[in-house]
Design a protein around this ligand. Sequence first.
Ligand SMILES: [Mg+2]
Length: 369
Amino acid sequence: MEGSSTEPSPGSSRTATTEGSVNANDSVKDASASPHNLIVKWSGKEIEIEDINGLKTVRDLKQLLQSKTGVQVDRQKLLNLTYKGKLAQDDCILANMGLKVGQKLMMMGSLEKDIESVDIPPEERPDVNNDLDIPDDDEEPLDNREVYLNKIARRVKEYRIHVINPPRPDKKLLVLDIDYTLFDHRTTAETPVELMRPFLHEFLTAAYEEYDIAIWSATSMKWIEEKMRLLGVSSNSAYKIAFHLDYLAMISVHTPKYGVVEVKPLGVIWGQFEQYSAKNTIMIDDLRRNFLMNPQSGLRIRPFRSAHLNRQSDCELLRLGGYLRKIAKLDDFSNLNHRKWESYGGKSHSSKHRRSQNSSGTDSNNSKH
Ligand SMILES: [Mg+2]
């Protein structure tokens, strides 16, 4: 699971805030009482710095990080380490920065070997992705469907979706995954924008005309917000995100072939917003297993990996935007077979095709096409 097991529960960072705040006037010596740890997130991993009390400056911290990650000090960027509202310089005194116990920092920075190996084809790279997924042609049945529906009902009741921008009347709903869908979260880079999927903002701007947009990622809310901020999504004035969902809204299900997997059941959203249903919702994710509870509403996108290599050629979001625009005119998505999206997305003009598919009646199951 992408990060779900290592993320803190919501609220734990709040505890750390009250326990570990360091007054800006404290000297280096005053902060040396009990161990003060930090977590540094880098390239999909979490690195723990057990105690920063022995470290004086940001450079000392970076030197320690170099020994732990191999990323050279001058290539490291600690994105949310700020001092007086600005990115902290290397000579900033750590004890003056109000770092909290257990605080998480996000680091960008490439390894020398990665910088040299950018031209190696992905299949020869060591960082192959092992995330389990279900093949496109597989129809995996679920055991105990009833049990899962009860789990979803519980999420509907207990998981509070925080609305950032209210749903608009007569809009459809687009639910987007982050990692490998909008952002290559495993490749190292100097800036987050290098890892952003091409045409992200164009895609969201166009989609926003017809769709309310939700983000659902298998990580904690804090990281979703941070990633959206770093990618410039939350501050873009051309579109608005309606709400975010994190790993706590997911449920685990059992499949005979793949065992227990975590999925993103759209029922959690549909149960909380009357205007959204299988008729007007589409969910985009690079992992088909996330759709197990609602396969009809899911569209599997090719994962965006090896950003440096694929940044010039990846136009998946551009083509997908074309598909979303075309289907937005339909009253009911529940007959569509999104597996065929490429045949009527992008440049193709098979609206006749699509219409005949849509008029085939709500009872037919197009996912068998
Ligand atoms: Mg993903």
